[in-house]
Design a protein around this ligand. Structure first.
Ligand code: NFS
Length: 650
């Protein structure tokens, strides 16, 4: 792989990336692809999950070749080593998502308590809906009181020692019953993460199956806990997304405006930057420096957040963060937490960009630090934007690629409900009906990162193209959504061009694209709720595991993706990861999560690096679920009569 990768592998399918890679190379700027090449061949023990550095009697490795060691120094077998490593990835991923959720809950608490906090409650309907799930009284109470209780109860979900995380009540009854039977219903978010870290210490849990049950409880504490708290409470604070138009790719940067990129994950920061970027004094200051205005664009999941709620442009996904600087047109890149490369200040030395860190949890040597909190949010946001404006005249060596693409985003669970059922009878019934009649064969959640070990964006784009061509409706989040948006799949016209006949008919009737952008990675919780709603509406079985659905992360790299994968599997979804999985070093462990898991959870893991084979696995799985439901034979094309049209009309 290493040799092939260095010499033949295309680095990206995105022309904007290719152009800027040439520019970077000409200018002697080292990028992630250079460093990735420098790491090849990757350590095989690490790639297969067979390296153990949990204690210092090692590090140990397991080798199945010749006389190499078959056990760690302590006696740990391959399956124990792999299980501990995998569970720790899940705990780390769950911690990242959940800490994000905690910040949001604390922001909601400030908004409820303190009218000067700079944050307020934007979506009262959502507030009431969430409050009801949490068992809070909503009648005749000021919204601040309800919000206070929602925030407090959400914060308690983190430290709770017994009981159950509240939002698992959003899952179908049968699924909740299974979790209780297996003893994996999460008690408290922090508790499950801590217990996984304890159990995977040297000398504690030595049963790979038992470790994976706790890992499931931890992942569920993420998907149905921390991530869901992040999504639901962000909707309350910043508004529930509904479909809107936007633009994507590095061509959204402007020669005439002050370009500010906001990069990271938490909208608590980006929402304030959006507000500050519209400040009249700052706009005047920008003009006084020779700029036309202020252009705020995003990278990574923060990009998805500001797109979904404000229609602001996305400059790119994770692998484009360094290249954005290479355009020479970014006056400041403002970062908070997660997926931020430590190389940014180094690259900024070649250009004029200021890298601004804002979280006490995430400082970078070489960046300017502006501490950001709910208390000083707007003022800090304005100061940072002022830095960017002052930097505008220092631009030099500007070369912005022309590539940019339109997209529609904002398909929250609520928006899908409304879009399909209309204002007066919001419902998933039309979706289920179209799945039952075979126009839509099934639904696939295609999510996750990009990874320089494989061609950037290629697997996302080719997998999604094949799925929609086979009448599978695709729901997306994270960097995968950005990849497919750049390829032009997220506009309604793409139904005509790329979707199969049945799916195209539905898209046309509703006016939606065949690929629905649902948000950032914490918004994968929206997909969990959508799946639960499909079960609740009826006709497709009693549990998520019976639905003709699947999930995939074709270019994953982050521990967060592993946590997402595991909570989808533990929720009953067949989930495939591309690139590779650090588990294949143990056949016993791989068989457990690739095969035996289906009998335990009704969902299982798979790994397949080839996007076309991945598509085939998803299509086969969906067809099998359709056969089990007795809906395998989709009706031949039926011309719409008036009643069917009404059903599909908004
Ligand atoms: Ni998700 Fe968002 Fe992208 Fe991967 Fe990183 S930005 S939280 S982890 S790389 S999809």
């Amino acid at each position: 792989m290493g040799k092939e990768r260095k010499e033949n592998k295309e680095k990206s399918v995105d022309p904007a990336v290719k152009k800027l890679l040439k520019k970077s190379s000409r200018e002697g700027v080292e990028t992630i692809w250079d460093r990735s090449d420098g790491q090849t061949p990757h350590c095989r023990y690490g790639e297969q999950g067979l390296c153990c550095h949990i204690c210092y009697m090692g590090p140990c490795r397991i080798s199945f070749k010749g006389k190499g060691p078959k056990k760690g120094v302590c006696g740990a077998t391959a399956e124990v080593i792999v299980a501990r490593n995998f569970a720790r990835m899940i705990a780390a991923g769950a911690a990242a998502h959940s800490d994000h959720g905690r910040e949001v809950a604390q922001t909601l608490l400030s908004a409820a308590k303190d009218s000067d906090s700079g944050y307020s409650i934007k979506d009262t309907n959502k507030l009431k809906k969430v409050a009801r799930v949490l068992g809070a009284d909503v009648e005749d109470r000021p919204k601040e009181d309800i919000a206070f209780e929602v925030a407090k109860r959400s914060i308690e979900n983190f430290g709770q020692q017994v009981g159950e995380v509240d939002f698992i009540k959003n899952a179908p009854e049968t699924r909740q019953a299974l979790w209780r039977k297996l003893n994996v219903a999460p008690r408290g978010i922090d508790r499950e993460i801590v217990e996984t870290m304890h159990r995977t210490n040297m000398g504690v849990d030595h049963d790979h199956q038992n470790i994976m049950l706790q890992a499931a409880r931890t992942a569920l504490a993420d998907g149905w806990g921390g991530s869901m708290i992040a999504t639901e409470l962000q909707d309350i604070l910043f508004g529930t997304p509904s479909p809107l138009r936007g633009q994507v790719n590095l061509g959204v940067l402007s020669e005439e405006d002050v370009n500010i990129i906001v990069h990271g994950h938490e909208p608590v920061l980006s929402e304030m930057l959006v507000a500050a970027s519209r400040d009249k004094d700052l706009l005047d200051l920008a003009k006084s420096k020779g700029a036309k205005g202020i252009n705020l664009a995003g990278i990574c999941c923060t990009a998805n957040e500001i797109l979904l709620r404000h229609g602001l442009p996305i400059a790119g996904n994770i692998l484009q963060q360094e290249l954005a600087l290479s355009t020479g047109a970014v006056d400041a890149m403002i970062v908070d937490v997660q997926c931020i490369m430590p190389s940014l200040p180094e690259i900024s030395k070649y250009y004029h960009t200021k890298i601004v860190s804002t979280s006490s949890k995430a400082k970078i040597v070489g960046a300017i630090h502006y501490e950001f909190s709910e208390r000083n949010a707007l003022e800090t946001a304005k100061e940072i934007i002022r830095e960017a404006i002052e930097n505008f005249p220092n631009r030099d060596n500007v070369d912005i690629p022309k590539e940019k693409m339109d997209l529609i985003a904002g398909f929250s669970h609520e928006a899908i409900n409304y879009m399909l059922g209309g204002r007066f009878r919001e419902s998933y019934v039309p979706l289920n009906d179209n799945v039952i009649n075979g126009r839509i064969k099934g639904v696939a959640g295609i999510v996750g990162c990009c990874n320089p070990k494989v061609t950037h964006d290629r697997s996302h784009v080719s997998l999604v193209e094949e799925l929609i061509g086979n009448n599978i409706l695709v729901v997306q989040t994270g960097c995968s959504a950005i990849a497919c948006a750049k390829a032009g799949f997220l506009i309604p016209e793409s139904a005509e061009k790329h979707a199969g006949r049945g799916l195209a008919e539905v898209c046309k009737a509703v006016g939606m694209p065949p690929v629905l952008h649902s948000g950032s990675c914490v918004d994968n919780s929206r997909i969990l709720i959508a799946l639960s709603e499909m079960v609740r509406v009826g006709g497709l079985g009693k549990d998520i595991s019976e639905l003709p659905v699947a999930g995939a992360a074709p270019e994953w790299m982050s521990e967060k993706a592993i946590s997402i994968g595991h909570y989808f599997v533990a929720s009953g979804v067949f989930t495939i990861f591309g690139v590779g999985l650090p588990v294949i070093g143990s056949k016993t462990f791989s068989d457990h999560i690739f095969k035996e898991f289906e009998k335990i959870f009704g969902g299982m893991w798979a790994t397949e690096p080839d996007p076309s084979k991945m598509a085939a696995l998803i299509i086969d799985h969906i067809n099998e679920k359709r056969r089990n439901l007795g809906i395998a034979k989709g009706k031949e094309r039926v011309l719409y009569d008036m009643e069917m049209r009404r059903e599909l009309e908004i």
